[in-house]
Design a protein. Structure first.
Length: 364
């Protein structure tokens, strides 16, 4: 699928506008630049990953940045020290579950951004930060509801350890960092930071200062010069101080329930993607758990069984096809996973109280 990517190795944007006053000016410059590029073909819809194991994304630098711009049409523009890239997503889109070998600080600069973390789909708003531990399994989600800009700061653990050695504030943020660096890797955790209501009373203009600090971090990353390492450390410490003083912190950590909910979310998604063909053996091969475990999860969190859940998904699929297509009822039944028409009619009437033909007429 190489044809749906546009790689821009030659840094045209840096040459045309090498200096920005702050992050928001940079974002505006990027959007103006990318709007003049030729459009690329839309990516084929992404299928469910072939493995239930997340991939690990790696960084070659102690500290690096990645700026991502998303629009309502599914365009994704990314900018890093490695160059620029344009991709077209088929919306709505969910990325694969993945982990990092670094600690990631996510900042929503414009719009909102969604991720699935610890089995929950979370929406983060403009001005908020999310800090993910190295081993946290998560996935990005794009809905296309609004234009969005997200900045990712990527810090290797040993780099952050050295950075924090000169920073002795005893608070949740610092404890999270040291947990990520020094304790067992089996836990998963992330930190959600929202602007504190008290920040408006501060002598510091936090909303105005943050884009300036983040812009300096980007500039030192993209165009390092003598002294850049010291300047970067200084701005990172200043950023951490602002987060500690002017943001409310919410630490979320993994436990058995979170892991179970994450698996259940993936199980449900797989069934919804393949309602007509899915079977218990497929789930066992895909997720590497026995089918009895899926029954336990569905009973615990949905108060249902695998067979009943699958039947409900198939009937909801059939109902949607009846409302939104002109397919013959026999074809609707097949696409929902029913090869026996009599059985399909019986279950449908039992579920919705009317026959498929009457349902179609009353739900145009």
């Amino acid at each position: 699928m190489d044809n749906w990517k546009l790689e821009l190795k030659e840094d045209l944007l840096r040459k045309s506008h090498p200096v920005y006053a702050d992050l928001m000016e940079r974002i505006a410059g990027y959007r103006a630049f990318y709007s003049g590029l030729d459009k690329v073909p839309e990516q084929a819809p992404e299928h469910f990953p072939g493995s239930s194991l997340p991939d690990t994304r790696r960084s070659d630098w102690p500290f690096s940045t990645l700026l991502c711009l998303y629009d309502r049409s599914g365009n994704e523009y990314t900018f890093s020290r490695g160059g620029m890239r344009h991709m077209k997503r088929a919306l709505p889109w969910q990325g694969h579950y993945h982990t990092h070998d670094y600690i990631e600080i996510l900042y929503v600069a414009q719009g909102s951004f969604e991720q699935i973390l610890l089995g929950e789909r979370r929406k983060f708003l403009s001005g908020e930060f999310v800090i993910t531990d190295r081993n946290l399994e998560h996935a990005d989600v794009l809905s296309g509801e609004e234009d969005t800009a997200v900045l990712f700061l990527q810090l290797q653990a040993d780099y952050l350890d050295r950075l924090l050695s000169s920073y002795d504030r005893d608070d949740d943020l610092l404890r999270f960092f040291f947990h990520a660096l020094r304790t067992q890797r089996r836990e998963q955790s992330y930190l959600h930071l929202c602007p504190s209501p008290a920040a408006g009373k501060s002598r510091i203009d936090v909303p105005g200062l943050l884009p300036v600090i983040l812009e300096h971090l980007i500039a030192e990353d993209y165009m390092p010069m003598e002294g850049s390492s010291e300047i970067t450390r200084g701005y990172l410490l200043r950023l951490l101080a602002i987060l500690c003083r002017h943001y409310d912190l919410n630490l979320r950590s993994s436990d058995r329930e979170s892991r179970e909910k994450a698996l259940l979310y993936e199980l449900e998604r797989f069934i919804h993607l393949h309602p007509a063909t899915v079977c218990a053996r497929d789930l066992e091969e895909h997720f590497h758990y026995h089918r009895n475990y899926f029954n336990l999860l569905l009973k615990k969190y949905r108060n249902t069984s695998y067979q009943k859940y699958l039947r409900d998904v198939r009937l909801e699929t059939a109902a949607s096809l009846l409302k939104n297509s002109a397919l013959p009822i026999r074809e609707v039944a097949l696409r929902a996973g029913y090869h026996n028409s009599s059985h399909f009619y019986h279950l449908f009437e039992q579920r919705f109280g009317v026959s498929p033909s009457v349902y179609r007429k009353t739900n145009p």
